[in-house]
Design a protein around this ligand. Structure first.
Ligand code: NDP
Ligand code: GDR
Length: 370
């Protein structure tokens, strides 16, 4: 039985990857941070009682900022594969916490690579590094491929650039099977609530159910190459099954503005939105609707621009070229953007229907949003 260690197992990708590896018969270990509240919502369905026999899913307390703990866990479980998905992954927040981000996202990767080396596992343990299209940053050329130069535009991207190169360096210096997956944005119903797609699908679901009036957003002209996280974790696994360690771009090859994503999400609940104005005066007005629950009138403003969501330096355009992954890995995504939006909208409408019932029953509901 193959043994895998996933850092960031409580995150979006960690949850889907753990599910995939369990299906493939792996023993799956995950690094979990101590938190004052339970933080395992995304993986609770995978939990196995540690008192049972033949447990194939196990969580360990740990942190990418603590090398002693990483060395101990890796020594104990002797993994065949490590997937380093743990990171402070929010680009905007990285401007507020740049030092923490550099430590966890940059040096954290070094700590894992060193742990493998110190423990003499360089020939046994393969490692996947969660690299990102944010490395491309300021547009140099499109579509972006494995050979496009990097120009990071945030403390997050700069930290990930260190992680990218230290992974390449350990591969070349010590012959390690260490690979970067340069993944473009990927989303799902499990996406963190403050990333733009999920913020939109949550907001739209709440507006459709009459629980909220409008959504405040930042730069809605940014363009992203959005895929489905379920397809992207499959690519991570394929990258570590190759004969030779290499880096791969994982993307759909299609780019869309945030503005169009908003329109697609509203369309799922029978609301047509038209945009007027420019920059901070930009407003999304309801043009027409067929949804009787939404409590909207034609002309109502459902989207407003709030400059606090602007970033000091922005990445305006991402569009990836997945040719290498398709050719060498045989990777083929099963979802397109339309099915992704449908999947996310369906899940969020179901989620907030519960709030609507609670309100109807006279209970209080809270909605913390950023
Ligand atoms: P999430 O933000 O959903 O998950 C991040 C995970 O990292 C969580 O489990 C989090 O724990 C954990 N984590 C954060 N800080 C630390 C730390 N110091 N030590 C250990 N674990 C930590 O991210 P995604 O699942 O979306 O992304 C997975 C990885 O892929 C990240 O590295 C991200 O930067 C990268 N990436 C993501 C893309 C995307 O579009 N989703 C695209 C390209 C790259 P907790 O739950 O406790 O917060
Ligand atoms: P990104 O994702 O920065 O691409 O990083 P995010 O969804 O945060 O932003 C995408 C684009 O939308 C614009 N935007 C807003 N973003 C947020 N979060 N909130 C808003 O209100 C808002 N309004 C407009 C942003 O300015 C940006 O242009 C994600 C993360 O998962 C990274 O970890 C990963 O490396 C990259 O994708 C690939």
């Amino acid at each position: 039985m193959k043994v895998a260690l996933i850092t960031g197992i409580t995150g979006q990708d960690g949850a889907y990857l753990a599910e995939l590896l369990l299906e493939k018969g792996y023993q799956v270990h995950g690094l979990k941070r101590r938190s004052s509240l339970f933080n395992t919502d995304r993986i609770d369905h995978l939990y196995q009682d540690p008192h049972e026999k033949n447990v194939r899913f196990k969580l360990h307390y740990g942190d990418l900022n603590d090398s002693t703990n990483l060395i101990r866990i890796i020594q104990e479980i002797q993994p065949d594969e490590i997937y380093n998905l743990g990171a402070m992954s929010h680009v905007k927040v990285s401007f507020d916490t740049p030092e923490y981000t550099a430590n966890a996202d940059g040096i954290g990767t070094l700590r894992l690579l060193e742990a493998i080396r110190i423990l003499g596992l360089t020939k046994k343990t393969r490692i996947y590094q969660a690299s990102t299209s944010e490395l491309y940053g300021l547009v140099q050329q499109v579509p972006q491929s494995e050979t496009t130069p990097f120009y990071p535009r945030s403390p997050y991207a700069v930290a990930k650039m260190y992680a990218y190169w230290i992974t390449v360096n350990y591969r070349e210096a010590y012959g390690m099977f260490a690979c970067n997956g340069i993944l473009f944005n990927h989303e799902s119903p499990l996406r963190g609530e403050t990333f733009v797609t999920r913020k939109i699908t949550r907001g739209v679901a709440r507006i459709a159910l009459g629980l909220q009036n409008k959504i405040f957003l930042g730069n809605i002209d940014a363009k992203r190459d959005w895929g489905h996280a379920q397809d992207y974790v499959e690519a991570m696994w394929r990258i570590l099954q190759q004969d030779e360690p290499e880096d791969f771009v994982i993307a759909t090859g299609v780019t869309t503005t945030v503005r169009d994503f908003i329109k697609m999400a509203f369309a799922e609940v029978g609301i047509v939105v038209e945009f007027t104005g420019e920059g901070v005066d930009e407003k999304g007005h309801v043009a027409s609707f067929t949804n009787p629950d939404c409590k909207l009138a034609v002309g109502d403003v459902v989207v407003e621009i709030d400059p606090r969501y602007f970033r000091p330096t922005e990445v305006e355009l991402l569009i990836g070229d997945p040719t290498k992954a398709k050719t060498k890995l045989g990777w083929q995504p099963k979802h397109d953007l339309a099915s992704l939006v449908k999947d996310m909208m369906h899940a969020d409408v179901e989620l907030f229907r519960r709030d609507a019932y609670l309100l109807e029953g006279g209970h209080k509901v809270y909605n913390y949003h950023e």
